[in-house]
Design a protein. Sequence first.
Length: 112
Amino acid sequence: MPQPLSAAPTPLERALDQNESVKDTVEQSAAELLVINTVLKQEIPPHVQSGEVAQALEKTDALETRIQASAEDLAQVNDVLEQQIDERADLERELKATKAALAKATGQPQAR
């Protein structure tokens, strides 16, 4: 990602940072759930994996899938945010250059 024009992060950059943090947490949670579910399936004998225990294992499988899908969705949102940040930075550079050219053409001092 290009450097912002100012030292302070923009709202879009802060949103991207927050989304990245949430995505990382969601991915970590999915990985932990996968480990827990795998251990449970290995430790609980197949003949015991029935009724409520089987339902709980199925629900953790489904939950793991939903969490992973959410992490992938967040990654896509982050890509869009990053594109928007890049486009905005480009537009701000163009605007600054246009203002400078206009000020030069009209002989006015440059405004910041």
